[in-house]
Write a protein that binds this ligand. Structure first.
Ligand SMILES: *Cc1c(COP(=O)(O)O)cnc(C)c1O
Length: 399
């Protein structure tokens, strides 16, 4: 068995049976949702002992930990080949906790320009003005640019690969090695790939973040986030500092929903990928489409690198139509199966123009136009999605 397949087989066992103990739960094959705010102990001394030991698998109070949530953490840590994981009430709670745990006043953060925008907004509204941190931007695609941008006080590098808008990818092992050499901690948002299609910790990244709100939850019914690391000490320190004190732990019901979402994720992702490949090829051949940005296409400018570090592709892509931003909006409104909305990763197809409200200049800086269309291919079936896109692209020209 080659390494890739061996790792995937391991992941499938983690998702289905890993860390579960049916006997402890009266034979139930679905884990209980522990709705309990506090945990009782046989004696006061035992309560004191558990509290002092800070054992991740012993329970005191629901803001610190919860058995349903802990099962999810164990599964996610194993899926990313990390030592431990910490789940939060949202992807943003995970992202901001990472920043607040790693950085302090006076520290500089290097950030990829096309990384998730709300994290940049947190820095602009809180990190920089209130906490006196510094931040500067790089494309992430050029090692020399990163090397030059690292300052003596650079503490953290914020990465995302594939990144938003045109799904460019960074050379993860090379960037991780450069940052490590310069003492910079690397954080990578791995939401697009899920732990099934890319494992950045195995390529030298220090902290991996996922929102659970996309493919892991998978049914557009849960908000949550996770941080995973091979450094057990770093996760423990976050558990007992930012998560406990900011109070951002995931709720037990959300934890259970995420565990349930995980069970079907390999099957769902395979179908998202299959549909998206067919849709991307259809768009690429369409005379009114000027460019398609999808990691699964052979025409992706970084196809070689993608093959080296990713094992699969998700349902998300973007494209440019041959027309104005207003025509792109008209096309989107003509879509019947693709709902108009943000987010992605659920069963449903979605479409929007993510840069429509920006200036042309800002769009150009990300290599796109204001009319860039982003779609998420859901589970409605490739032929249905293609038929819908075909009629909408035709409707775009009608008065
Ligand atoms: C949605 C998303 C987030 C934020 O997750 P929330 O759970 O909404 O806070 C972060 N990164 C990426 C890539 C996302 O798509």
């Amino acid at each position: 068995m080659d390494l890739k397949n061996k790792q995937m087989q391991e992941q499938l066992l983690t998702i289905t049976h890993g860390f579960e103990d049916y006997q402890r739960q009266l034979g139930a094959v679905s884990p209980p949702v522990y709705f309990s705010s506090l945990y009782a102990h046989p004696t006061f001394e035992e309560y004191m002992r558990v509290g002092a030991g800070r054992d991740e698998n012993a329970y005191i109070y629901g803001r610190m930990s919860n058995p349903t949530v802990r099962l999810l953490e164990q599964k996610l840590a194993a899926l990313e080949f990390g030592a431990d994981a910490l789940v939060f009430s949202s992807g943003m709670a995970a992202a901001t906790s990472a920043i607040l745990s790693v950085c302090q006043a006076g520290d500089h953060i290097l950030c990829m320009r096309d990384s998730y925008r709300p994290v940049q907004s947190f820095m602009a509204s809180v990190g920089i003005p209130r906490l006196r941190m510094e931040m500067s931007f790089v494309s992430g695609l050029d090692l020399e640019e990163i090397r030059r941008a690292i300052r003596p006080n650079t503490r953290l590098m914020i990465l995302e690969s594939p990144a938003t808008f045109v799904f460019s990818v960074i050379d993860i092992p090379a960037v991780a090695a450069l940052c490590r050499e310069r003492g910079v901690i690397t954080y990578l948002d791995n939401t697009y790939c899920t732990p099934l299609y890319q494992n950045p910790l195995n390529m030298g990244i220090d902290l991996v973040m996922h929102t659970l709100s996309k493919y892991i939850g998978g049914h557009s019914d849960v908000i949550g986030g996770v941080l995973v690391s091979k450094d057990e000490g770093l996760i423990r320190e976050m558990r007992h500092s930012t998560r406990e004190w900011l109070g951002g732990i995931l709720g037990p019901m959300e934890g259970w929903l995420a565990i349930r979402g995980l069970r079907s994720m390999p099957a769902r992702l395979a179908m998202h990928q299959d549909s998206a490949m067919k849709v991307a090829r259809f768009l690429e051949d369409h005379p009114r489409v000027k460019a398609v940005h999808y990691t699964g296409l052979a025409s992706h400018p970084q196809a070689e690198l993608i093959k080296r570090q990713m094992r699969g592709h998700a349902g998300l892509m973007s494209f440019e139509i041959d027309g104005t931003p207003e025509m792109a909006v008209k096309m989107i409104n003509a879509l019947k199966l693709f709902s108009k909305g943000c987010s992605w990763g659920g069963y449903e197809s979605l479409a929007l123009c993510p840069m429509y409200g920006a200036t042309e200049e800002a769009a150009r800086a990300s290599g796109v136009t204001r009319g860039l269309v982003r779609i998420h291919c859901g589970l409605e079936g490739a032929d249905n999605l293609i038929a819908d896109l075909a009629q909408a692209l035709e409707a775009m020209d009608k008065a």
